[in-house]
Ligand binder design. Structure first.
Ligand code: GDP
Ligand code: MG
Ligand code: ZN
Length: 312
């Protein structure tokens, strides 16, 4: 007799899924019928809650993928091919992770100096996917609390939650740990900022390699790394997805960009032109706020840069 369990997909690897259930972990395949008219990557992915059939031999079969609360997805650009409908009407997504509760973007206060263009890009992608974003400012030991707060203060002012951490003196580690229980979190940030060190501090059993060469470097090219969820504490999971490095990808239309800058979005309605690009138009509320110092130059520059990169 087959047994039914509900569980969570914690690893997905070319058609094979590792499903974590209360009863244990099972290597599963997915039922053919489910494969109907959906993108392969959209079928089931890490973070999906599933019902599985465990067979006599101990392997499993995913028989149902539960409805998703949220996804971190890359919308595939269909606008490039003439015949396909635009993705706003007919959305084609590549889902990286399902049911993400929050994204934690890690940057270091120093070594390397924070790349705010990249942080702003991450924040926009989180906003576009409707995923709450938290900033982790690591290596606080290198600059001290006060400097750390002034380096990242701008993000505090516009309403983001920031945790200041050090894996060296364990400052702030409890604040970070407190965010994780019972949630699926995505951790992303440039290499060298201390992501593996933070995860090792959170869960000492992980033994992740610190200072590991990034996946995109030549040395790592031949080893394919698959996305997976790794356990933290109290039923928390953190997505360690190499694909997230490719959060560099950008698939947001230039006209919708202003909606994803938290401090710019509320100003848009005050611009004279409803299709204002906030670049050269007269009576632009965003440019006025910039001049008054209510929108920071740094954030406005990120906005302009992302806009430009999107206009082909
Ligand atoms: N000073 C300082 N260095 C750190 C801290 N956390 C990590 N590092 C160092 O930063 C380097 C990169 O760390 P790693 O965890 O591999 O970063 P990742 O590439 O983001 O995974 C290593 O040399 C770590 O020892 C910290 O809190 N303070
Ligand atoms: Mg690492
Ligand atoms: Zn405007």
């Amino acid at each position: 007799m087959n047994k039914n369990y509900s569980g969570l997909i914690i690893k997905a690897q070319s058609g094979f899924f590792t499903v974590h259930c209360e009863a244990g972990r099972f290597e599963c395949r997915i039922r053919g019928q489910l494969n109907h008219k959906r993108l392969d990557t959209d079928l089931a992915t890490i973070g999906d809650k599933v019902i599985i059939d465990v067979l006599e031999d101990g392997t499993g079969m995913i028989k149902e993928v539960c409805e998703r609360d949220s996804v971190l997805a890359r919308r595939l650009p269909s606008s490039s091919s003439e015949n396909k409908p635009r993705y706003k009407d007919h959305e084609i997504q590549q889902v990286l992770i399902a049911n993400v509760d929050q994204a934690i973007f890690v940057f270091s206060c120093q070594d390397p100096t924070p790349n705010f263009r990249m942080l702003d890009r991450f924040l926009v992608i989180a906003a576009a996917n409707d995923i709450p974003a938290i900033i982790c400012a690591n290596k606080i030991d290198l600059v001290g609390n006060e400097n750390a707060v002034s380096i990242f203060g701008l993000y505090h002012d516009i309403g983001y939650q920031i945790v200041y951490t050090s894996t060296f003196n364990e400052q702030g580690m409890q604040d970070l740990k407190n965010l994780l229980p019972g949630k699926v979190s995505v951790l992303a940030g440039p290499s060298g900022v201390g992501k593996s060190s933070l995860l090792n501090t959170i869960n000492p059993n992980l033994g992740l390699r610190v200072n590991a060469i990034s996946q995109s470097s030549s040395k790592g090219r031949h080893t394919t790394v698959y996305p997976q969820l790794i356990p933290t504490n109290d039923q928390g999971w953190v997505a360690d997805t190499p694909g997230l490095r490719a959060l560099d990808f950008f698939d947001i239309e230039p006209e919708e960009l202003d909606a994803y800058f938290v401090e710019i979005a509320p100003l848009v309605a005050e611009c004279t032109f409803s299709n204002c690009t906030h670049t050269h138009e007269p009576n632009c509320a965003v440019v006025s706020a910039l001049i008054k110092g209510e929108v920071s130059k740094s954030r406005y520059n990120s906005f302009l840069q992302m806009r430009k990169q999107n206009v082909q």
